[in-house]
Design a protein around this ligand. Structure first.
Ligand SMILES: [Zn+2]
Length: 167
């Protein structure tokens, strides 16, 4: 939890420099909790790419709009699903439970493990809570994206963004 203030500030400045120099590049950065504390984490592929892949496989509707204007990442006949990267494990539970409340469908978290060996502990945390609080969880890995030459097939993914710089 304890992060060095100077390091944080240096990272902050560094990210500003990167934003100025490489506007497309910084889209891949996110400040988040990792096994080694809070730091910038790099995601190769957008969360939405994982959402597209999983939701299509399960015949769901993406971005289903609730009455309170919140959006369910994927709504299937049986489940209301929230997708998140492993470092957002805690938030994912709250969102999934809210979607269950709004839709009447079973809450489900799909946790994205980009590095399954390192991040499995987060899945286990959610799994334990899912048994106590009666919701479902599963995990997915980059395998679901069918990556070819480092790129997935989703045009809106950050891995495909460098080629069309107008955003
Ligand atoms: Zn991608």
């Amino acid at each position: 939890m304890k992060a060095n203030k100077h390091n944080r500030f240096a990272l902050f400045l560094f990210s500003i420099c990167l934003t100025v120099l490489y506007p497309n590049y910084t889209l891949a950065f996110e400040y988040g909790y990792t096994p080694s504390g809070y730091k910038y984490v790099v995601h190769q592929h957008s969360e939405s790419s994982y959402q597209h892949a999983w939701c299509k496989q399960h015949n769901g509707v993406e971005e289903y709009k609730n009455e309170d204007k919140t959006r369910v990442d994927c709504l299937t006949n049986t489940h209301a699903i929230e997708f998140d990267f492993a470092n957002k494990w805690a938030e994912s539970i709250g969102q999934a439970l809210h979607y269950q409340y709004m839709t009447g469908k079973k809450a489900k978290v799909v946790l994205i493990l980009e590095k399954p060996e390192k991040e499995f502990c987060y899945y286990n945390r959610v799994k334990t809570l899912s048994k106590i609080h009666d919701f479902e969880v599963e995990y997915i890995t980059p395998q679901i994206l069918n990556i070819k030459n480092g790129k997935c097939k989703y045009k809106d993914c950050k891995c495909n963004r460098k080629t069309n710089s107008n955003n």
